[in-house]
Write a protein that binds this ligand. Structure first.
Ligand code: PMP
Length: 462
């Protein structure tokens, strides 16, 4: 259907180049224009209501109408709308937020660097590691190992960390020096009969072999999300991270935890690193740091990494890295207010309770569904993976676009969903969601799933 001339939809088609969008299809179908939000819901320009089952992009942790965050931004804009942090300038929001993050870190951290997005934070962390290793006289130690299906962003280096074909193939990526080891997904990648523990041991051995093949003196860091998010909400097998960390320690390879999705209670602990038993040397966070009311991300580094950077900036010269908006006072003020709200409302206690309910409901409703191969998750992050053959764990042919069709039906039924690779449907609602809202959300998901199943069955008969 062609949208009316001069409508928002028509003007969007005429002028907007969207992230992660099939543009040929978009020219035909147009956008879903969202115009306002309330609680865990958003409303389109016709007033139709949707439950946001992924909090936008895993990020609107406090929902869509928090007045305290509006007030924090307004107050800061009136007081000091901008100042920077170059050449030792500072301001109170940057100082307060740095202190709060260091106090909350899952392992001993020393300093915080701010950026505007998860990608920028990951790029910054890569550059810190390279800079540090140059400064301390080991310029050959630069290679980075990440994981297939990991997601770390889309700038050139962050996209190189990412382990998904869509982010590499047509972009001539990854750049040199970035390597990927296997996805720790027991459901698909374990050998027949292999226990989680044995699978984890095998993955740690694979990492060790990779480090030895490249030469330990050339490998600088290992990058991981505690739970893989955009790659399909993949939880590692039991014992995985302790085994991985033992290998990294042996060869003096830094562990960088990308907490962009998992940070701030998403997994039921303050950090995903705590849920998954990780003691990172560097931690990257964003999204729920400011409840996504304004863009801000952070890189926390331990004392050793900081000393390397300090060494470089005094012996080599300027630490030539930083963004105009690194530590911008307005998003920093919103982040401070966000962290205070998390503490005051005991969002952790809430996530543990409602998260347990969501996990139980996901399993009760979908584990036996003929189209669902695996239900997985913890806290308020989860996924169902759609399969063509449940016994063989065989996914649908991507050409069938089953996940995309499900999300389209979801929109009709009032739930915004996210389909990822292998038709995994992710759930990561605002952390403030209630048990009743979880039920309402999953009712809409279940209805949509049954409708897509009717479509798929009809096609296989014809
Ligand atoms: N790391 C992870 C784990 C992410 O999920 C994302 C975004 N979904 C990023 C990094 C990149 O963040 P941004 O889109 O803000 O650049």
């Amino acid at each position: 259907m062609t949208p009316p001339r001069n409508s928002n939809a028509a003007r969007d088609i005429a002028y907007a180049l969207h992230p992660y969008t099939d543009h040929k299809a978009h020219l035909q179908n147009g956008p879903l224009v969202i115009s306002r939000g309330k609680g865990v819901r958003v409303f389109d320009e016709q007033g139709k209501e949707y439950i946001e089952s992924v909090a936008g992009l895993w990020c609107a942790s406090l929902g869509f109408d928090n007045e305290r965050l509006v007030q924090a931004a307004t107050d800061q804009m009136r007081k000091l709308p901008f100042y920077h942090a170059f050449t030792a300038k500072s301001h109170e929001p940057l100082i307060d937020l740095s202190e709060m993050l260091i106090e909350r870190a899952p392992s001993p951290m020393s300093k915080v660097f701010f950026a505007n997005s998860g990608s920028e934070a990951n790029d910054s962390a890569i550059k810190m590691i390279w800079y540090m290793n140059n400064a301390i006289g080991r310029p050959e130690k630069k290679k980075i190992i990440a994981r297939l299906k990991g997601y770390h962003g889309i700038t050139l280096a962050a996209a190189s960390l990412t382990g998904l074909p869509a982010n590499h193939k047509l972009f001539d990526l990854p750049i040199a020096g970035f390597h990927h080891v296997s996805t720790p997904h027991h459901y698909h990648n374990a050998l027949p009969g292999e226990s989680e523990e044995d699978f984890a041991t095998r993955l740690a051995e694979e990492l060790e072999q990779k480090i030895l093949a490249e030469g330990p003196e050339t490998v600088a860091a290992f990058w991981a999300e505690p739970i893989m998010g955009a790659g399909g909400v993949i939880l590692p097998p039991a014992g995985y991270f302790p085994k991985i960390q033992a290998v990294l320690k042996k060869y003096d390879v830094l562990f960088v935890a990308d907490e962009v999705i998992c940070g701030f209670w998403r997994t039921g602990s303050y950090w995903g690193s705590q849920t998954l038993d990780i003691q990172p040397d560097i931690l990257v966070c964003a999204k729920a740091l400011s409840a996504s009311y304004l863009p801000i991300s952070a890189v926390l580094v331990n004392e050793r990494v900081f000393q390397g950077i300090a060494e470089g900036s005094s012996s080599v010269g300027t630490w030539g890295h930083g963004f105009t908006y690194s530590g911008h006072p307005v998003p920093a003020a919103v982040a401070i207010e966000t962290l205070k709200i998390y503490d005051e409302m005991d969002i952790g206690g809430h996530v543990k309770k409602v998260g347990a309910h969501m996990q139980a409901q996901l399993r009760a409703r979908f584990a036996d569904h003929p189209m669902v191969g695996e239900v997985r998750g913890t806290g308020l992050i989860g996924a169902i993976e759609l399969v063509a053959d449940k016994d063989a764990k065989r996914n649908f042919d991507p050409a069938q676009k089953v996940g995309a069709r499900l999300t389209k039906l979801g929109e009709q039924n009032g739930v915004i969903m996210r389909a990822m690779t292998n038709d995994s449907i992710g759930f990561s609602p605002p952390l403030i969601i209630s048990e009743e809202e979880v039920d309402e959300m999953l009712n809409r998901v279940a209805k949509s799933l049954d409708e897509v199943m009717v479509q798929v069955r009809r096609e296989s008969l014809s």
